[in-house]
Ligand binder design. Structure first.
Ligand code: DX5
Ligand code: ZN
Length: 218
């Protein structure tokens, strides 16, 4: 089962409520929400108040991707705002294990994201504790970038590791995924696909979700 997570970074920010409703009725599985702080990444987006404001527009899972420094400071704020999954960048966490425990203690699913150049070995001693790994296939900060080909091998290697575990951990891939490469990303082993510009920028969202589904046989 492949899950599709439209990234609202590519949505119309002046009409977020109706954009969330459109995601809800498009047949997508999650709402991917990119939080950027201008420190960890060179861009600024949105925070807990916006998430709280859009929460009533859908019952879909809010998949919140924190591209922020010191994410442990904001766990309770994002939990209160309505996040369901909270994913932190491994590179932003001095005490990754503690941060993951705090996310779970707040009642949320915990994810760890890795930048393209961050090795999978960072996960060695945390994998058993988390619900999701997010492999970045662009350098985080902006939508509309090109998929970095070297990440394909990383997805395959992580899939091999995850398949040896008893527990199911989602393998999410984020950045530069389009109709032309989504099948390859899924065949490499991803089961959660984030897409922003490919779903929002050309054509209708519902049609694009449908095309992604038929391309991945999901
Ligand atoms: C990048 C974000 C992505 C981004 C993906 O920093 O984490 O979620 O919105 O956008 P596209 O699909 O346009 O690469
Ligand atoms: Zn993201």
């Amino acid at each position: 089962m492949i899950k599709l997570a439209p990234s609202i970074l590519a949505a119309d920010f002046s009409a977020l409520g109706s954009e969330i409703q459109a995601i809800d009725s498009s047949g997508a599985d999650l709402v991917h929400i990119d939080v950027m702080d201008g420190h960890f990444v060179p861009n600024l987006t949105l925070g807990p108040d916006i998430i709280r404001a859009i929460r009533p527009y859908t019952r879909l899972c809010f998949d919140v991707h924190l591209m922020i420094a010191e994410p442990q400071r904001y766990i309770s704020s994002f939990a209160a705002a309505g996040a369901d999954i909270l994913t932190v960048q491994a590179e932003a966490c001095t005490h990754l294990h503690r941060t993951v425990q705090e996310i779970k203690a707040a009642g949320l699913k915990a994810g760890v994201a890795l930048n393209p150049a961050t090795p999978l070995s960072v996960l060695d001693h945390i994998l058993e504790d988390i619900d999701l790994v997010l492999l970045m296939s662009v350098n985080p900060g902006f939508g509309g970038q090109s998929f970095i080909p070297a990440v394909m091998g990383k997805i395959k290697a992580l899939r091999r590791t995850l398949d040896t575990l008893d527990r199911r951990i989602d393998l999410e891939v984020d950045g530069g995924i389009k109709l032309s490469n989504v099948r390859e990303v899924v065949e490499a082993g991803a089961n959660v696909i984030v897409a922003g510009s490919a779903l929002f920028k050309t054509g209708g969202l519902r049609d694009n979700v449908e095309r992604f589904r038929s391309e991945t046989g999901s």
